[in-house]
Design a protein around this ligand. Structure first.
Ligand code: DX5
Ligand code: ZN
Length: 221
């Protein structure tokens, strides 16, 4: 497994050709499919749900699918994404009435569990659940839309989160989401991230492989 994982966000893919787009980005070297779920309630946008996740599995996608739930409440959709074949399921702690229960639900369903922090969401939500996490996702934009600019203050938050993960001794991936590009991925990695969501930076380019190769070259330096 690559120590650094690239997770293209299909939010910026051509939804009319989604299966082909996912095949292409995986053939181009992506590690994980980042699947943004928005409910027009928790965030002001509406995207795709478990049926589309299931359709990608039926299409033949075997790569990990990282379901990022920007929804409230969360538990019903957690159950549906377990059944739909998600690998990771992450949710925003303030969108769940019972964070511990939602995390348990994910692992009981055989999936990997994660919490997502908006730019202004404090890290104290981590205090009592480190042993229940497989992933921590820091948002470096406010959730709801692709193509926004990376918020620089996230770098300090990444450093703090990296320290907390290392001190915990648990095997937790640290994912970053929003405004990740070829020209900032290296400093984001230096701040502690190991999993990089990139939507517009990959899907808005002609040659996905060239872009992912450039990202890996930056990470290798
Ligand atoms: C935003 C989503 C992101 C988004 C990232 O709410 O969670 O995954 O697609 O898009 P870019 O990489 O274009 O900022
Ligand atoms: Zn996302």
């Amino acid at each position: 497994m690559n120590p650094f994982q690239i997770a293209p966000s299909i939010l910026s893919a051509d939804f009319a050709r989604l299966g082909e787009e996912v095949d292409n980005v995986l053939a181009a070297g992506a590690d994980i499919v980042h699947f943004d779920v928005m409910d027009n309630h928790y965030v002001p946008n509406l995207t795709i749900g478990p049926m589309v996740c299931e359709a990608l599995r039926k299409h033949g996608v075997t790569a990990p699918i990282d379901a990022h739930l920007m929804v409230s409440p969360v538990d019903d959709l957690i159950r549906m994404f377990i059944d739909a074949g998600a690998t990771y399921i992450t949710f925003h702690p303030e969108a769940s009435q019972h964070i511990d229960r939602s995390l348990q639900l994910i692992r009981d369903g055989g999936c990997k569990a994660g919490l997502v922090f908006n730019p202004a969401t404090p890290l104290h939500y981590l205090d009592h659940v480190m042993d229940r996490l497989d992933m921590i996702l820091l948002m470096s934009v406010n959730p709801g839309f692709g193509g926004q600019k990376f918020i620089p203050g996230t770098l300090d938050k990444l450093r703090e989160t990296r320290q907390r993960i290392d001190a915990s001794g648990h095997n937790i991936r640290l994912e970053i989401d929003g405004g990740v590009k070829v020209d900032n991925i290296r400093e984001i990695a230096e701040a502690g991230a190991d999993t990089f969501v990139a939507g517009s930076a990959i899907f808005n380019t002609e040659d996905y492989k060239a872009t992912i190769d450039q990202m890996r070259a930056e990470l290798a330096q």
